[in-house]
Write a protein that binds this ligand. Sequence first.
Ligand code: FRU
Length: 587
Amino acid sequence: MKKLFQTLLLLLFAGLSVAYGKGFSLDVKEKSAVITLDRAKTQTLWLPIDNSAKEVKMTVNGSPLFTEPVTVRLAEKKVDCWMPLYLDKNTTRIELKGCKPEYIAWKELKMGKNPNPKIEDFRQHIHFSPEMGWTNDPNGMVWHEGEWHLFFQYNPLGTRWGNMSWGHAVSRDLTKWKQLPTVMFPDSLGAIYSGSAVIDKNNTAGFGKDAMIAIYTSSYRNNKIKRQQQSIAYSTDNGRTFTKYEGNPVLPSTRRDFRDPKVFWHTPTERWIMPLACGQGMEFYSSKNLKEWKFESRFGDKYGCHFGVWECPDLVELPYKDGTKWVLFCSITKDAQHGSSVQYFVGDFDGHTFTCDTPEEHTDWINYGRDNYATVTWSNVPDGRCMALAWQNNWKCCSHADFPTVGYRGYMSLAYELQLIEHEGKAKLVATPAREYNNYFSTIALNRKTTVEGQLELCQLKHQDRAYRLRFDFKESQASLFGVRLSNKHGEYVEFCFDRAKRELRVDRRKSGMVDFNDKFPSVSVAPMSTAEMQSLTIILDRASVECFSDIAAVSNLVFPTESYNHVELYTSGGPVEVNAEVSHGK
Ligand code: FRU
């Protein structure tokens, strides 16, 4: 009976392939299909995607971009969105393996105009997100000729992880981002995993003075082999296009967790240094020319948190007291703190070895929120500031088929300035929003000194099409609690609260809106307070993002209110709080 049904379906589709007349024909078999394009020309085929479907293998013959087979979650039962497959005039045939005749995809394939309805419910205004597709880590961040470059882990063919490529976006002010064509797609060495980019001022690699050079992980996996190696590619057109080096990989290996090179120039020893994540440790390699690398040392096997594989290192030198200190960043993939989190170590680096100042069991975090991962810094920042960016998501929640955004998934954090301050006798890393945002938040909607006891309606946030900044400064107070609640008319809210007795800053998103898509999402983030006094608090609200900053802690979270929060309320308990509140928004 099943066979008969399938045969009938096949006959039906054979008929459809003739009837289509939309620029292609289809040949659907029991476990495979072929799409043949009528005319060879540059065009877009829109692939219907079902986030809960299993992955189908797709070979795009003649494509200069997809030179290796890729995977797509071709619509089985429903269409969540259509992803564009840009076809070159050399492509006439697309082969699919692992699909079935009963897929809804066969009647939902479309050529030409974008069939996606415009669903932008949770699109942020000043945080970057790709127009379509999936993103995770920020990659290759480098400032060059007036532009902040952001490359990013990108799946151009789906809204879940896969087909890792390097997407590209640029900004001149860190608030308006422009997405440019994807610069690197998977090749015979593997997918293009995370890495960094530098400007080769002295032409050490021989690709030209001031060439932009990307150093990334080539990640290869098939049924038998899982291997990660380091490769390079160069650009002489300000990052618009990259040429992969023919001598890749520049750091060959057979190891499976050996990734995320974050290269910088070490002036005292006049060499490039590459911190690399290897299993649950960080290794350091050096090179004169970015092409030949030498092992220097390994750090971390006994240090800090080891609840998962270590990823995305960065090593930066920051002013501290009368000198400097080196800070090593380390992302821990899934089970640290509360899922994906970034720990850091403060110490010294002599060009060969990192020595840590804190005891082995000490762990500290860059951000205490749920959505702040893979933090790395920009290279070549003109005024020498240490500027960082993180992926605003968590491996615990992001992969779910029912994630609330449609057609795209993943945001970057705000850009941060990083500094070391002395706290309780130790160097502590503090992140604040980059000063570039002051320009954006130049319209002051409210500036009010007031005393709060119990509850106070502070103001309405009238503009739904821009980001808001809320700042609170306090006079000394005996109150035990001070809170800020952002809400909408559906009763959805997020709360930020200083609890003096517990010396905690808490961010509660349990009732923030859409929270049920993953059981790990409804949560309360907890950060330490520097003293039992309330310090100033800054909150940046950008549609689906709430990032807050105290004097020692940053807490960044995603929220999915079904309608933007537009109401601000303050509350206290245990006494009055005198507060100066300033609310400003973008132009
Ligand atoms: C971190 C990470 C990196 C890897 C990339 C793959 O989120 O797992 O270690 O290079 O994502 O997309």
